[in-house]
Design a protein around this ligand. Structure first.
Ligand code: UD1
Length: 352
């Protein structure tokens, strides 16, 4: 029997975009999963669809708990009734603009929630964690072409600072208590959806990020895409990012977990999860138009404040140490993003 059959994973924020896709993979790999989510930016319907995707048998190994990491009792309740082998910690707020306006909300959710989680994990002697970090910790990378994990880190806004502080907190905890094993995963730009088209990204309100915005234009929920910047020193004047398929990202979490379980020397280590390839905004729009057969009307706008010109990942470290490499390219990302949107133009909401 696969040893992972016995392993029980707590997934915070498991009802969200990256969370749901990772939970599907975890269950299929034979792990037991408990989700804790406050449904702040997600819905229970997403968890129901995860159950549908994995089928009734694997679904029995999935438990959903409504709870908020800011309430220590909510976490305590989980740990007091079962043993967790590791925690994958997604739960966080992630709106850059919003974080500038209401920083206290970001520090409360992201920092206080995580500190509560560490305290309870420590109390119950569960000292393995996969943490959702972000390429945002590279700030505006000076050295291009590719971000390498040992670059100097810098945050440009309160959201980014929560991720950077939480990385530092993780490093401090490991320094003080070397038995902790923590993998910090720095996501580049997660896009796409499960190939079934049953789960995908469904942001509340007007999307900030490029692909959710494009998907809403494609189904008529937004009239046109604002392209922020046409005068960047890039091949077509638009900014370049490293888009990564969410199913590749989900695989990256499985690889990180296996690393935690098998490498006693892992300590607290950061890995980029990206493809290593840069794609411009205009190239992304063209790929989406090709995949969907829809025209995406565009308006060229000034640069968005705080945006970098070119950001993409060096993928060598994850390849070498986690044995993980992204499989999908931009065409597959757009195909699956369109499949999700076309089948669910209003996301998880039922009505038009
Ligand atoms: C953004 C956040 C980053 C966060 C990440 C999460 C900022 C400055 N950075 O990264 O901290 O970790 O999301 O996924 O917000 N674009 C348009 N029109 C749009 C939306 C975006 O042209 O309507 C452009 C942007 O200017 C950028 C590219 O598309 O060049 C990607 O934008 P986005 O999806 O918001 O991601 P990042 O800015 O890379």
């Amino acid at each position: 029997m696969d040893s992972s059959m016995e392993q029980n994973i707590l997934v915070t924020g498991g009802a969200g975009f990256i969370g749901t896709h990772t939970v599907v993979k975890l269950l299929k790999e034979g792990f037991k999963v408990s989700i804790i989510d406050n449904l702040d930016n997600s819905v229970l319907e997403a968890v129901d669809r995860v159950r549908e995707l994995v089928g009734p048998n694997l679904s029995k190994k999935l438990e959903f708990n409504l709870g908020d990491l800011r309430n220590k009792e909510d976490i305590e309740k989980l740990f007091s009734k079962q043993r967790f082998d590791a925690v994958i910690h997604f739960a966080a707020l992630k709106g850059v603009g919003e974080s500038v306006g209401i920083p206290r909300r970001y520090y409360d959710n992201n920092l206080v929630g995580t500190i509560n989680l560490y305290e309870t994990m420590s109390k119950y002697n569960c000292k393995m964690m996969v943490f959702s970090s972000s390429a945002t910790v590279y700030g505006e990378p000076k050295k291009i072409p590719a971000c390498v994990e040992d670059f100097q880190l810098k945050a440009l806004n309160p959201y980014g600072r929560t991720k950077l502080f939480l990385e530092e907190i993780a490093r401090d905890i490991h320094r003080a208590e070397p038995e902790w094993r923590i993998v910090l995963l720095r996501y580049f730009n997660p896009v796409g959806a499960h190939e079934s088209g049953r789960i995908g990204e469904d942001p509340k309100g007007i999307p900030n990020n490029l692909m959710p915005y494009i998907q809403q234009v494609a189904v008529g929920r937004q009239p046109e895409l604002n392209v922020y910047g046409h005068d960047y020193p890039t091949k077509d004047g638009s900014a370049v990012r490293d888009y990564i398929h969410v199913m590749d990202l989900a695989d990256g979490h499985i690889a990180a977990l296996r690393k935690l379980f098998t490498d006693p020397k892992i300590g607290c280590t950061a890995y980029n999860l990206g493809t290593g390839r840069g794609t411009s905004v205009l190239e992304m729009v063209a790929a989406f138009e090709k995949a969907s057969g829809k025209k995406i009307p565009m308006k060229v706008c000034p640069r968005r404040p705080g945006d970098s010109t070119v950001v993409y990942a060096s993928t060598e470290k994850a390849e070498k140490e986690l044995g993980w490499k992204a499989k999908y390219g931009v065409d597959e990302m757009c195909r699956d993003q369109w499949n999700w949107t076309n089948n669910n133009p209003w996301g998880y909401q039922k009505k038009l």
